[in-house]
Ligand binder design. Structure first.
Ligand code: S3P
Length: 175
């Protein structure tokens, strides 16, 4: 695929919006690589994201996140899943080249919390008693940044395979 915006796909969206599941599915359909920023940070530091937050703080996590994003977003034939907070960091979108198909996977705070609780306590920003209030406020503050993606897909009512299908179709139509 050599179209203008078909060199790489970047998935953004709130925590538990399906970025990793959709990304893996899409990469395997395209025969492309899949890069998950959080996984890259974990393999590089030998620590889980939760441990980085608790031992080194969010600021250090954001520094690492920015570093892996900058290095990896130049790769071609790759599907990327960013962390939920990455698009809202200063300079993040300046790292996204024009030939990148960026997609916001949209999900409500309630559904995000439902999915996240199933996956266990791996997300430091979604724990605690007031999780729903915090998730709602966080999503509201981030929406304008997610909206910078070229396309928006409803990740609440579609499964990862359905979303991967939709993205392949968007790619076929994109120039
Ligand atoms: C974060 C989202 C997480 C992870 C970290 C911070 C956020 O990634 O990067 O816990 O700020 O929204 P997922 O979106 O994959 O859960």
């Amino acid at each position: 695929m050599n179209g203008e915006i078909r060199d790489r796909v970047l998935l953004v969206g709130f925590m538990a919006s399906g970025k990793s599941s959709v990304g893996k599915e899409l990469a395997s359909r395209l025969g492309w690589d899949f890069v998950d920023f959080d996984t890259l940070i974990e393999s590089r530091t030998g620590k889980t994201v939760a441990r980085i937050f608790s031992e080194d703080g969010e600021e250090e996590f954001r520094r690492l996140e920015s570093e892996v994003a900058k290095e990896s977003l130049v790769r071609r034939d790759t599907v990327f899943a960013s962390g939920g907070g990455w698009p809202a960091q200063p300079k993040s979108w300046t790292m996204v080249a024009e030939d990148t198909m960026s997609i916001w996977l949209q999900v409500s705070p309630l559904e995000a919390l439902r999915r996240a609780s199933k996956e266990g306590l791996t997300r430091p920003l979604l724990g605690g008693a007031d999780a729903m209030d915090r998730a709602t406020a966080l999503l509201l503050a981030r929406e304008a940044f997610y909206r910078r993606a070229r396309y928006t897909l409803d990740s609440e009512r579609h499964t990862p395979p359905e979303l991967a299908d939709k993205i392949v179709k968007l790619m076929e139509g994109a120039t």
